[in-house]
Design a binder for this molecule. Structure first.
Ligand SMILES: C[S@@+](CC[C@H](N)C(=O)[O-])C[C@H]1O[C@@H](n2cnc3c(N)ncnc32)[C@H](O)[C@@H]1O
Length: 373
């Protein structure tokens, strides 16, 4: 579990507003998160040949059961409470955007909203103690009562089927498309990354994913070793290989992300020897952050995670880049950029930024020698 003050120090927008999906009837804001883990073995390399998607990622494992939990919480705390749920064990939370917009208008007009409730649709892994997670999340944001909730069993396949219509092909750039597994590429001759994100983040719809893909496309000239720190669906790792990288490594603290990335690698016929996936120790793991990755082995490193890990792991992330290699950092908002820049400037030079909306991707080249701040 993450420490309680982890949430308190993070403004709402910092965490996990990962992904906006539109429902036919009502839009949803869809958040996803890593599942906190206590300890991990470090490597979960692909275990299939490129020609067989099912052998690497069996239908059985993909249809893992989950708990679907509807939680009624006071509207005025929906953002911090959603963030807190993610920190205390939810795999994803979805909030009705129409109701949230109403809420924001109420807040702007100063009307009393404390009594109104909003329903958060969340998903928890089956092993999570849902009541305890909800209670910890409520405590962490100062809610006096534990919100009412209802739990149902589901399986991942249900969830995916339910949400299939929502994820449509995404054009990232001319001749670069992200295409759901269940649709045909609109431009067959383009670079098409075939995806089924499952529970993992990374459908290409989020601005940070787009920014990272564009950065990656500009950096990969052929033959590079690429590190995707916070791989989610594996979208960047897979894209790097399609752009011509020689090898790619994806790291994530979420086992569901590793599963999803593995499945997606097979969908894209990625040869086994070209992609490694590593389950990283989480923040609280006593095993520390050592993985079987060598320092200074990558020509390009991108970490699209969130503000807190980006700040905390700065030297760790940069340590994997070769001197002179470009490191991209995303998952951050414009208002957070000054702090992130300051944190990385001892390690990176020639820093530049790209933005879409409020979201930023910062990149720079690794210094030969680090400077004191
Ligand atoms: C915003 S998603 C990015 C996914 C994908 N790379 C993309 O660009 O769309 C962030 C991912 O980072 C993972 N993550 C969060 N904290 C992490 C950490 N400390 N170490 C490794 N991965 C982490 C999350 O589980 C999640 O899958």
């Amino acid at each position: 579990m993450l420490a309680r003050n982890f949430i308190k120090h993070i403004p709402c927008k910092n965490l996990s507003r990962h992904h906006i999906l539109r429902d036919r009837v009502r839009p949803l804001i869809f958040f996803t998160s890593s599942t906190p883990q206590s300890s991990f073995s470090i490597s979960a390399s692909l275990s299939t040949s490129s020609s067989s998607s099912s052998s690497c990622f069996t239908d059985e494992s993909f249809a893992a059961p989950y708990l679907s939990v509807r939680i009624h919480c006071p509207k005025h705390v929906v953002d911090p409470f959603s963030e807190a749920l993610l920190c205390f064990g939810a795999s994803s939370v979805a909030v009705d955007e129409d109701i949230k917009e109403e809420d924001d208008k109420d807040a702007a007009s100063g009307s009393s909203i404390a009594s109104k409730e909003i329903c958060i649709e969340s998903i928890f892994p089956v092993h999570e103690e849902v009541k305890m997670c909800i209670s910890q999340a409520a405590n962490s944001i100062g809610l006096k009562e534990i919100p009412k909730f209802k739990v149902e069993m589901g399986d991942e396949q249900d969830w995916i089927t339910k949400n299939q219509d929502l994820f449509q092909p995404v054009e990232i750039a001319e001749r670069l498309w992200i295409v759901p597994e269940w649709t045909s590429p609109p431009v067959p001759e383009a670079v098409n990354i075939i995806l089924n994100p499952g529970f993992a983040f990374g459908t290409g719809e989020h601005p940070t994913t787009k920014l990272c893909l564009l950065l990656l496309q500009s950096l990969i000239k052929g033959g590079e070793a690429f590190l995707d720190y916070g791989t989610g669906s594996g979208i960047l790792a897979i894209a790097s290989l399609k752009f011509g990288a020689a090898s790619s490594v994806g790291v994530d603290i979420d086992p569901l992300a590793i599963k999803s990335a593995s499945h997606n690698a097979a969908l894209n016929n990625i040869p086994l020897e070209k992609l490694e996936l590593h389950l990283a120790p989480s923040e609280n793991s006593s095993s520390g952050r050592e993985m079987s990755l060598q320092k200074e082995q990558f020509d390009v490193v991108i970490a699209n995670i969130l503000l807190n890990p980006v700040m905390e792991l700065a030297d760790h992330i940069v340590s994997f880049a070769k001197p002179g290699a470009t490191t991209g950092i995303s998952g951050i908002l414009s208002e957070q950029l000054p702090n992130v820049k300051e944190r990385y400037s001892p390690f990176l030079e020639n820093i530049s930024t790209a933005t879409i909306g409020d979201w930023v991707c910062m990149s720079g080249t690794k210094r030969g020698e680090f400077i004191d701040n």
